[in-house]
Design a protein around this ligand. Structure first.
Ligand code: G1P
Length: 303
């Protein structure tokens, strides 16, 4: 198939790399995958899957690792639980559980057998993705805005078929922790052409303060590059490095996400996400607002 034809296809599949060890969250993540930690009452991974489904994604591809089988269970029926909820007439809870389930055959699980980096994790999904453009969503990064981030990207892709990377501004002092993009002027569909990409640039060398925020639309051509991609930053096979190679021949654009991003892989990001997601819920928001004031006041008097 020609490269132009590949880009004319719809984005149907999304890859979720969920093999990470979660060492930044020990001891909480000793026996529980970090993706199963909850933001309010939904696991982090469920929030990210919600985003993908709201963007029209039909097939979920999880790249898992050892000790992650509970993620597979989460996206499957729980017969005993469902039967008990049914017997107790807990209709709302039952409906919610069923609504969150992927349809039969629309979730795939493959294992990254060694922790070789994000690029390697994405490469592990190549057989399931096949020859079509696809999305990647990094589960640590919760994108909280009026419109789901991936939906905005897929709409932009329809207007301007290309590889698309979501970005968000970070303070210059934090650029060394992320992938960073240099971009040109805003063009079609609100996209900005990517002029440079670098993974975790040393302090003072970043081309901008636009962080790669963990949402991508990529052409399948990235897989053949990842196959031979040497290790990069941190000794890992980096997705960013493979995208740099692909961008030599294929169009890449940046999509600026209009919302707040919570890096739930950090403690402060995780705590803030819980507060932000709870505050916007009608059953919790007003009460939590008052509780927070009381908690802050009492912690100040104890100092
Ligand atoms: C990965 C990507 C990086 C991106 C970041 C967002 O890094 O390689 O480009 O900015 O996710 O969280 P990691 O956090 O896996 O080190």
């Amino acid at each position: 198939m020609g490269q132009t034809e590949v880009l004319m296809k719809r984005i149907r599949k999304a890859v979720f790399p969920v093999a990470g060890l979660g060492t930044r969250f020990l001891p909480a993540t000793k026996a529980i995958p970090k993706e199963m930690l909850t933001v309010v009452d939904r696991p982090v991974i469920q929030h990210v899957v919600d985003e993908a489904r709201a963007a029209g994604i039909e097939h979920l591809i999880f790249v898992t690792g050892r000790n992650k089988s509970v993620i597979e269970d989460h996206f499957d029926h729980a017969y005993e639980l469902e039967r008990t909820l049914g017997e107790r007439a807990k209709t709302k809870e039952l409906e919610e559980l069923r609504r969150d389930l992927p349809a039969a055959g629309q979730a795939s699980f493959t294992r990254q057998q060694a922790p070789l980096g994000l690029g390697h994790a994405v490469w592990c999904a190549r057989e399931i993705v096949g020859d079509e453009p696809f999305a990647v969503l990094l589960p640590d990064m919760l994108h909280h805005g009026r419109e789901p981030c991936l939906k905005g990207m897929i709409d932009a892709f329809a207007a301007e078929p290309s590889n698309i990377i979501a970005v968000s501004e970070v303070p210059m002092s934090e650029t060394h922790q992320y992938g960073i993009l240099g971009v040109g002027a805003v063009g079609k569909g609100g996209l900005m052409p990517v002029t440079s990409m670098v993974e975790k640039p040393p302090q003072g060398t970043a081309p901008s303060n636009l962080m790669v925020s963990g949402r991508y639309i990529l052409e399948p051509g990235v897989f053949s590059i990842l196959e031979t991609q040497p290790r990069g930053a941190g000794g890992e096979i980096q997705l960013t490095d493979a995208m740099v190679s692909l961008s030599n021949t294929r169009p890449f654009n940046a999509f600026r996400f209009d919302g707040r991003i919570y890096d739930t892989g950090t403690k402060i990001g995780f705590l803030s996400a819980n507060v932000a997601y709870a505050l916007e819920r009608s059953d919790l928001g007003p009460m939590l607002r008052n509780e927070l004031k009381a908690v802050v006041a009492s912690s100040q008097t104890r100092k």
